[in-house]
Unconditional design. Structure first.
Lengths: 607, 449
């Protein structure tokens, strides 16, 4: 039992050690057959056990085997299988109960052993995989170690190189420093030399100058002279005074006067500036006092601590100040007082402001907390409320819009009158005037329109005559042309005759322009539309339209107003039509068709 | 804007008289004085040689004409045309000549800066001032004409002498702590004298009238320093333009720097208005051009008109790379001018030569940048109001005022390249000078559009 325990229960130390222990145990223990059997009871082993048992006990050696077993079992610590009788010579009986017990115990043991074996096997497996893993780890770590070692070596190499470089640079720096020092020394020496040289040169120069001066002076240069017609008076009208000690003294005096004046002026300026600054200070102080006075009363009531004391000081000061009216004075004591009091007040103000800041920040913090507490409930409520309101408002707006529309559609007159009522009197008058003017214009327009319709009728008549003429002419032409080949005729028409036609058509139009030149835009539009309109009947129809309804006239004229391109297009179209017309023998129906085409073109051409 | 006809001119010598009534101009060796209102020739004087310098006396009564080559100065009187005066410096030579503020003395600087000769027109007296220093600006008079400051060099040291102009008495004489004094300039109130060192060292010294050193200012070391300085008309500010492309402004109370204005080539601030001059696209109608082109047409072909356009803010200005191995490199703020009302300061950075910066002095901020097609030659503020006239050597004159700016073509026949300009004291007109021509330009009194 003890052996098994040591085997089955692995010592929880390092796993490798455990394994080695396990293996060594299995190899080295002088375990009996039993234990070995127990240790590795795989299926083939079980068979062998079976065969062993068969071989072990036969009919003949039952007693021997029993005794053997009994011995064995007793040595193993089991109760003996035989019942010991009173006499030794009496054959020992096999105690079945004991045997059964033994067997049972053995079975239990066997099961236990099997379990243990299983455990051990799984553990073995586990340990094996663990070992693999560890071995992998180990190899990896080894690699890592190798690489890091290599890296380290590289780094060390680099470090060494850098250090070498650094040493070089240090050397260079030192050299440079030396150089700089040398150069500075050189510069300094050069500078001194230069100065020395300069001085020497200057002295020489001075000597030369002196000599030159003497030469120039001694020569009594006759050229050096002033040639003047007559001397002029001094600017101040006085005569030049002799130079005496007096003049010198006077000059000094004057100089000092000038200086004194300057200083006086400056002093005045400074005094002024001072006064200004004092004024500012005074005002500041007053304002501070007025600002601080009401606030100080409250803390005084609560506790008479330091600010209160300061306040009393301040009050004293102020009273003093007000008594003496010390601003006029500029003696130092007063100045000190002033600055001190202002400083004190400034301190108070500062502390007060700080306090206020603190309070404000506290309030802010508190406020935030409160808000957070409220928010979730109130927010939702608020939003709901607001949404409701929005809905209501929208509805209101809709109803209002509807009402407005109704108003505008239903009672236009009413609203207009209302609106007119809204106008100022002047505006109303103006509008009336405009209205009258407009009416007059309308009348004029109507007159003009009438004349135009008359003209148009005349025109229509003329046109009809012309059309008939033309039809006759075309007929004749056609008849003439039938004698030629078809191709020829076509080419002739597509070529010159077409253009001839065009010119023919355009000419009467132009004539009309000239006739109705005095007319306004309206007529021109009409005439523009005229050369396009091919048949008199159509024209009559339009004229009829115009005459019957003036309003419609405006519309139609506008509609039929072509732009230049459109007109060209239509004329071309018309020429085409005329050609086909001429080919077919002047069928009026086709003409009208072309006309409709052209009118379509017009519409297309409109902007 | 109206333009007068064009008059001949030589050496760009043309000056308005200080009282604003006359205009003197030189044509070779002749001096022409015209009435400003009618442009009629009032007087014509003939000098002995080609005139190289011209200056009116302060009372507008005399005109000085210097002929340096001959060492001669001729003075003419406007009241008495027959009066004449000729000053000959003889063998000492002449390099500079100027009036004293009283208009009765002439200061001639001889060659090699040996001395300054003070000639009086009232008496026969001649006085000499020795050891004047040859520098950028060695003589300066106070605005009221009472005092003269003179830079001197003795024994390798710089000195400044203050003279009383009325009798040429030496008032103060003091040495200055400078390596190589480059210039001196009185404040307009006549109480403070600014002296600055040569470009090798950034140093400004401020002296009181009585010779006390009020303050010294140095912005940096070991680099090229001051290029030019300018006092504000109120004497309140001293603007210093330097080679580091900045203008530093000192105040008159502590003589410390209030602010510095950098002149960068890119402008990113959208608040700054940038006007850029653009060529007007002339649609040349080829058919209408006469075949042998007339002179006017030809000139108009070459002188394209231009206009200003407002450009939105990220703008990079055209820069010039200075040649570093030559003396006086074209870099740094080279021209400074305060407007007469103290409100604006106009500057030019020499390595961005096409642009004029206009700074708002009240806000101490950049206000406007004008970029032109050509390098800005000069600019001058209108003496009466905040209006700046700029010329670039093209045939346009440019005017800026806070209301806007405009480019005006000079309608002269041929090419009129405006090289310099000067305002009349009334501020209503200005003289535009080209290489050999002069033209007056009148502004409408209401002001330009």
């Amino acid at each position: 039992m003890g052996d098994w325990k040591t085997i089955t229960v692995p010592i929880p130390s390092s796993e490798s050690k455990n394994i080695s222990q396990f293996t060594s145990e299995t190899n080295m223990s002088p375990s009996s057959l039993y234990s070995q059997q127990v240790l590795c009871p795989s299926l083939p082993l079980a068979k062998s056990v079976h065969s062993f048992f068969r071989a072990f006990c036969t009919e003949e050696n039952v007693d021997q085997s029993i005794s053997y077993l009994d011995q064995e079992l007793t040595t193993l610590g089991f109760p003996s299988l035989c019942e010991e009788s009173k006499g030794k010579e009496v054959k020992r009986d096999l105690n079945i109960v004991a045997v059964l017990n033994c067997i049972h115990e053995l079975l239990v043991l066997h099961r236990k052993n099997l379990l243990a074996q299983e455990n051990v096997e799984t553990q073995n497996l586990k340990l094996g995989s663990d070992m693999d893993h560890l071995q992998n780890c180990y190899s990896k770590l080894k690699e890592q170690l190798e690489t890091s070692r290599r890296e380290m070596i590289g780094l060390q190499e680099r470090d060494r190189q850098l250090q070498g470089k650094n040493r070089n640079l240090h050397q260079l720096l030192k050299n440079e420093k030396d150089e700089v020092q040398k150069l500075q020394n050189i510069i300094a020496s050069r500078a001194t030399q230069y100065n020395h040289d300069m001085k020497r040169k200057e002295r020489e120069y001075n000597k030369l100058k002196e000599r030159l001066h003497q030469l120039v002076m001694n020569k009594k240069d006759k050229k050096t002279a002033m040639d003047i017609l007559n001397y002029v008076g001094r600017a101040d009208g006085k005569r030049g005074a002799w130079r005496t000690g007096k003049t010198e003294a006077r000059n000094e005096d004057e100089m000092y006067k000038v200086l004194l004046n300057d200083y006086e002026q400056r002093q005045k300026q400074i005094l002024l500036e001072n006064a200004e600054l004092k004024k500012v200070l005074q005002q500041m102080k007053k304002e501070m006092i007025s600002l601080l006075a009401p606030q100080k009363q409250k803390p005084k009531e609560k506790a008479e601590d330091s600010p209160g004391a300061v306040q009393s000081d301040v009050e004293e000061d102020t009273s003093e100040l007000s008594k003496e009216n010390m601003w006029e004075l500029s003696c130092e004591t007063v100045r000190e007082q002033l600055t001190n009091s202002i400083r004190k007040q400034w301190r108070i103000l500062k502390s007060h402001v700080e306090k206020l800041d603190n309070q404000v920040s506290k309030v802010h913090l508190g406020g935030f907390k409160d808000e957070e507490v409220i928010s979730r409930q109130d927010h939702e409520q608020e939003t709901e409320k607001l949404e409701l309101e929005i809905q209501q408002c929208k509805e209101m707006i809709q109803t209002q819009q509807q009402l407005l529309q109704q108003f505008t559609t239903a009672c236009d007159d009413d609203t207009s009158s209302l609106l007119q009522d809204c106008y100022l009197l002047e505006e109303k008058e103006r509008l009336e005037e405009e209205w009258a003017l407009f009416k007059e214009q309308k009348k004029n327009f109507e007159k003009e329109r009438r004349s135009f319709t008359e003209a148009a009728i005349r025109l229509g008549l003329e046109r009809k005559a012309f059309e008939e003429d033309r039809a006759g002419w075309l007929k004749q032409q056609f008849l003439n042309m039938t004698s030629f080949d078809n191709k020829n005729s076509e080419s002739a028409f597509s070529g010159s005759s077409d253009q001839d036609n065009l010119t023919l058509y355009s000419k009467p139009g132009q004539k009309f322009y000239s006739v109705s030149s005095e007319s306004s835009l309206c007529t021109s539009k009409l005439t523009k539309s005229l050369p396009v309109s091919p048949s008199t009947s159509e024209l009559f129809q339009t004229i009829h339209h115009l005459s019957t309804n003036s309003r419609v006239l405006n519309v139609t004229t506008e509609d039929t107003k072509p732009n230049q391109v459109g007109r060209e297009c239509t004329t071309q179209r018309w020429s085409m039509a005329s050609r086909s017309d001429s080919q077919e023998g002047g069928c009026s129906g086709s003409r009208s068709l072309a006309c409709t085409d052209s009118s379509i073109e017009h519409r297309d051409g409109l902007p | 804007m109206n333009f007068s006809e064009v008059f001949k001119l030589s050496n760009q010598l043309s000056r308005f008289s200080p009282n604003g009534k006359f205009l003197a101009s030189c044509v070779q060796y002749r001096l022409v004085v015209r009435d400003v209102s009618t442009l009629q020739i009032l007087q014509l004087y003939t000098c002995l040689d080609q005139i190289q310098y011209l200056e009116w006396s302060a009372d507008s009564l005399f005109i000085l004409c210097a002929m340096y080559k001959r060492g001669l100065v001729q003075v003419w009187s406007l009241e008495q045309p027959e009066w004449h005066c000729k000053i000959d410096e003889g063998s000492a030579g002449l390099v500079a000549s100027c009036w004293s503020p009283d208009g009765r003395h002439i200061l001639n600087t001889t060659e090699f800066h040996l001395r300054i000769t003070v000639w009086s027109l009232c008496t026969k007296s001649v006085s000499y001032i020795k050891y004047p220093k040859a520098c950028q600006q060695g003589i300066t008079f106070t605005k009221d004409g009472r005092y003269m400051a003179l830079a001197e060099r003795r024994d390798c040291k710089d000195y400044i002498s203050l003279f009383v102009c009325s009798d040429w008495q030496l008032l103060r004489h003091f040495d200055t702590d400078t390596q190589d004094l480059a210039g001196i300039e009185w404040a307009p109130n006549g109480c403070v004298l600014a002296a600055w060192d040569s470009c090798l060292e950034y140093k400004v010294l401020l002296y009181s009238l009585d010779g006390r050193l009020l303050s010294t200012y140095s912005a940096y070391e070991w680099s090229l320093g001051i290029k030019t300085i300018a006092w504000s008309p109120s004497s309140q500010f001293l603007a210093i333009g330097s080679y580091d492309e900045k203008v530093r402004i000192l105040n008159h109370v502590t003589w410390k720097m209030i602010t510095e204005f950098g002149h960068t080539a890119t402008i990113n601030n959208p608040k700054i208005v940038i006007y850029k001059e653009m060529e007007k696209s002339q649609n040349l109608e080829m058919e209408n051009l006469p075949f042998p082109p007339t002179k006017a047409a030809a000139s108009s072909l070459f002188n394209t008109e231009s206009k200003y356009e407002v450009v939105s803010s990220p703008v990079s200005l055209q820069t010039l790379k200075p040649v570093t191995d030559r003396p006086n490199p074209k870099i740094g703020v080279g021209i400074l001018a305060f407007s007469p009302d103290n409100c604006f300061l106009a500057t030019r950075n020499d390595n961005i030569p096409n642009a004029v910066w206009i700074w708002d002095v009240q806000k101490l901020k950049l206000f406007v940048v004008l970029e032109h097609l050509a390098a800005v030659r000069s600019f001058q503020w209108n003496p009466q109001q905040a209006r700046l006239a700029v010329c670039t050597g093209r045939s346009q004159v440019y005017l800026w005022s806070p209301a806007g700016c405009v480019s005006v073509q000079v309608p002269a026949e041929g090419d009129f390249q405006v090289l310099s300009l000067c305002w009349h004291r009334s501020g209503d007109s200005m003289a535009l000078l080209s290489k050999d021509q002069l033209c007056l330009c009148y502004l409408e009194s209401e002001g330009i559009k």
